[in-house]
Design a protein around this ligand. Structure first.
Ligand SMILES: NC(=O)c1ccc[n+]([C@@H]2O[C@H](COP(=O)([O-])OP(=O)(O)OC[C@H]3O[C@@H](n4cnc5c(N)ncnc54)[C@H](O)[C@@H]3O)[C@@H](O)[C@H]2O)c1
Ligand SMILES: [Zn+2]
Ligand SMILES: [Zn+2]
Length: 391
């Protein structure tokens, strides 16, 4: 089959790799009808995530048709149309039972390696390095889904692939980020980053009843998408961001802030920042500029919600502001199974159609490597890429 593979930093290729096969009774094989490139994939492309190996199949946002099912899998049958979450969960361990799905204790075969870095093993992830299990991803014609009796959800034929594909990651991620803000009808939420996650977070904040949402980025078409989602917007490159946020909130500040940028954030406005930016471009050091801006802007006693991905030790974070103001941080890889079904229902009811963020489509994987660059460089007004690996 054809698949997008990681060949090294900045080097994504479309190559022929062996077809996946059933390896465990709970597995299923999915023929991928649609998959997407995520901001998290850009962190792999940029070489920020350790333990990637040459030839690793990428992709963790995918859906398609079940073409093979393991003997012990009673949930799926051949022909089912399913969306596959990016996390792999057993459904039986302590963390899965508590609903902390992304902390599943059993699905990462390299859990020991992960525990050395994070203290504990966490859920296996598709296409996201060997520290998360080394599972081949879904930017491929076929994907093996382990524990397929727990993760994938069936979707009705009345909805198109593009309407439901983002249930695989970014819509639940954005929704969990909004939920973490504990929104009340009086609340103003500020969102850093108007990429796919940030824009869907704006939508989710309004779905959860926020009064106002202020969205921050510098890319005009992304700011325009955030406005379309109902936000007031600020271009962070245009003057003093903190002063603008205070002015827009009558000196009160946002009640909660969402950092939907992650470890590659831009915006070195000081000399120290510029030096750290140059350093991080040289050695792939994680940079928390947006996180620091969000911490600074959050009102005392407020909440910092962090869906943006960090992978390891990060440049200086303003813990002084965080501690002195008594802030709370909520973060994590998304607990997908908490959100997939309720959000599918919201799509079915017509409350939201997440496909509005798609700008680029391709009917094969061959264009994938070029589209990775287009998405990374925000070229050609690219906001989200969807590929159809089987045409
Ligand atoms: N927690 C999870 O489970 C989970 C799931 C999916 C994605 N993510 C993460 O969410 C983040 C966003 O994903 P995406 O797909 O929207 O990525 P993206 O790269 O398309 O978007 C990031 C946006 O942030 C903007 N930005 C950069 N620096 C900024 C700054 N200082 N202030 C404001 N905006 C700034 C960029 O211009 C860009 O538009 C990534 O870190 C991704 O890894 C997390
Ligand atoms: Zn993702
Ligand atoms: Zn589990």
């Amino acid at each position: 089959m054809r698949a997008l593979i990681w060949n090294g930093k900045e080097d994504i290729r479309c190559e022929t790799v062996p077809d996946p096969t059933i390896q465990d009774g709970r597995d299923a094989i999915i023929k991928v009808s649609a998959c997407a490139i995520c901001g998290s994939d850009l962190h792999l492309m940029g070489g920020f995530v350790p333990t990637m190996e040459q030839g690793d199949v990428l992709g963790h946002e995918c859906m398609g048709e079940v073409v093979e099912v393991g003997k012990e899998n009673n949930k799926l049958k051949i022909g089912d149309r399913v969306v596959v979450p990016f996390t792999i969960c057993c459904g039986e361990c302590r963390q899965c039972k508590w609903g902390n799905w992304s902390a599943c204790e059993r699905t990462n075969p390299n859990g020991e390696m992960q525990a050395k870095v994070y203290g504990y093993p966490l859920a296996g992830l598709f296409g996201y390095s060997h520290i998360t299990g080394g599972f081949p991803g879904g930017q491929a014609q076929y994907v093996r889904v382990p524990y397929a009796d727990v993760g994938p959800i069936k979707v009705p034929d009345s909805l198109t692939d593009e309407q439901v594909l983002f249930l695989s990651d970014i819509f639940p991620t954005a929704f969990m980020a909004a939920e973490h803000c504990e929104i009340t009808p009086e609340d103003t939420i500020a969102v850093w980053g108007c990429g796919p996650v940030g824009v869907l977070a704006v939508k989710s904040c309004f779905m959860l009843g926020a009064k106002r949402v202020i969205a921050i980025d510098t890319i005009p078409e992304r700011l325009a998408l955030a406005r379309e989602a109902g936000a007031e917007t600020i271009d962070y490159a245009d003057g003093d961001l903190q002063a603008k946020i205070l002015e827009m909130t009558h000196g009160q500040g946002p009640d909660a802030v969402i950092e939907a940028v992650g470890l590659e954030s831009h915006g070195a406005s000081t000399i120290a920042g510029a030096i750290s930016s140059v350093m991080s471009h040289t050695v792939s050091l994680e940079r928390p500029f947006a996180l620091n801006q969000a911490i600074l802007a959050c009102r005392p006693g407020g909440i910092v919600s962090l869906p943006g991905v960090f992978a390891g030790p990060t440049g200086p974070i303003n813990m002084g502001a965080f501690m002195q103001k008594g802030l709370t941080m909520k973060t994590g890889q998304t607990h997908m199974q908490r959100y997939m079904k309720p959000l599918l229902e919201r799509i079915e009811k017509g409350e939201i159609d997440p496909s509005f963020i798609i700008s680029h489509r391709a009917n094969s994987l061959e264009d994938g490597p070029e589209l990775y660059k287009t998405f990374r460089d925000k070229k050609d007004k690219c906001t989200k890429v969807v590929l159809r690996p089987n045409g």
